[in-house]
Design a protein around this ligand. Structure first.
Ligand code: NAP
Length: 325
């Protein structure tokens, strides 16, 4: 089958259309014909040689897809040929077909185009596990979502809104700020022009945010801690501005706040299965009710994966970029 492989670590030009062999699905696995694959920043890192796929995963990138089940590896599988699905992968999504554990497959959510549905698995799982499992976000609390214009952030803003939280988010420029308000954020701050901490204080009568979901990392650390309310929880999920920062422990102590970080890809099969089940139970109904939708910036042919990576690296997209075989 056709896939996009990485010929050598490097720039987008190292993405190459190739013919590859795919293993037959094992008893717990499902073979899926791909309708679309979501592009993630982790794929850019993998391309440059900084994020190797875990053992057993295909060498070619791609952490999420939508598509149609071709066959399951065992008759006891809940998945049947023709089922319209999405899946969370360890790799291998940039291809015409994928083989994935059945526990990482979800039905394509109702009311969403099958191609666009590829924008949801990674973002929905990331937003759910960090906002709910880790940060324990509750209705009525204030949450700051850094980067509401991003693939993850655009879903996190909608999810937190659907959970009944007051959402403050950031984006670069007035047009992107306006689009974040359209996703349900009560306050959207232009991080290029405004002081984000001041904006959070203004939106919370000086209290600060109960939860901060951060995609910046080191350079955002100081302001993210300053933005926290007493008892606040900062969850770092992205390191776009560095991995090593200095933290003001006094500011943390004064707030009785905590800071943590999580990744999705490194989790065990059992943890991913539990997360996928939780997303199916709690997030999919929000999609069916129209309270959460995939935000797709562009659909690009699989063979033009290099152009898709350049687009994501440009910082222009609002939401997800998808590859379509
Ligand atoms: N830990 C995990 O499990 C996990 C899972 C998925 C993704 N991630 C990570 O999460 C991060 C975001 O992923 P994504 O798919 O959403 O990427 P993306 O679509 O490229 O979005 C990047 C976001 O960062 C924002 N941003 C950049 N500079 C900013 C600044 N100075 N202040 C505030 N926001 C800023 C961008 O906003 P503007 O362009 O509007 O400025 C945009 O919203 C990546 O680092 C990714 O690797 C982690």
């Amino acid at each position: 089958m056709r896939a996009v492989t990485i010929s050598a670590p490097g720039g987008p030009a190292k993405l190459t259309s190739s013919r590859v062999n795919l293993d037959e699905p094992g008893p717990d696995e499902v073979l899926i014909d791909v309708a679309a694959a979501g592009i993630n920043r982790a794929d850019l890192l993998q391309r440059t040689g900084h994020y190797p796929p875990p053992a057993g995963a295909p060498a070619w990138p791609g952490l999420e897809i939508s598509g149609t089940v071709r066959r399951a590896g065992h008759e006891s599988s809940p998945w049947r040929p023709g089922d319209r699905v999405v899946a969370l992968l360890e790799g291998g999504g940039y291809a015409e077909q994928v083989v994935v554990r059945g526990t990482q497959v979800l039905p394509a959510p109702e009311g969403v185009d099958l191609v666009d549905a590829a924008a949801l698995p990674e973002a929905a799982c990331t937003a759910w596990t960090n906002l709910v499992d880790t940060a324990r976000l509750r209705a009525g609390e204030h949450v700051l979502v850094q980067g509401g214009s991003g693939g993850v952030g655009s879903v996190a803003v909608q999810l937190a809104t659907a959970l009944g939280a007051h959402v403050i988010t950031t984006a670069g420029g007035p047009e992107r700020v306006a689009r974040c308000l359209g996703l349900g954020a009560e306050v959207a701050v232009d991080h290029r022009a405004e002081d984000v901490v001041e904006a959070v204080r203004a939106a919370t009568e000086g209290r600060g945010a109960d939860v901060v979901l951060d995609v910046l990392g080191a350079c955002g650390l100081r302001d993210n801690v300053r933005a926290l309310a007493t008892g606040g929880r900062l969850v770092v999920i992205g390191l776009q501005q560095g991995a090593r920062g200095e933290i003001d422990l006094g500011a943390l102590m004064a707030r009785r706040a905590w800071v943590t970080g999580t990744t999705l890809r490194s989790r065990s099969a059992a943890e991913k299965a539990a997360l996928v089940a939780a997303v199916r139970e709690h997030v999919w109904p929000m999609v069916a009710e129209g309270r959460l939708r995939p935000v797709v910036h562009a659909r690009i042919p699989l063979d033009e994966a290099a152009r898709a990576h350049e687009l994501l690296e440009s910082g222009v997209p609002f939401g997800k970029v998808l590859l379509v075989p």
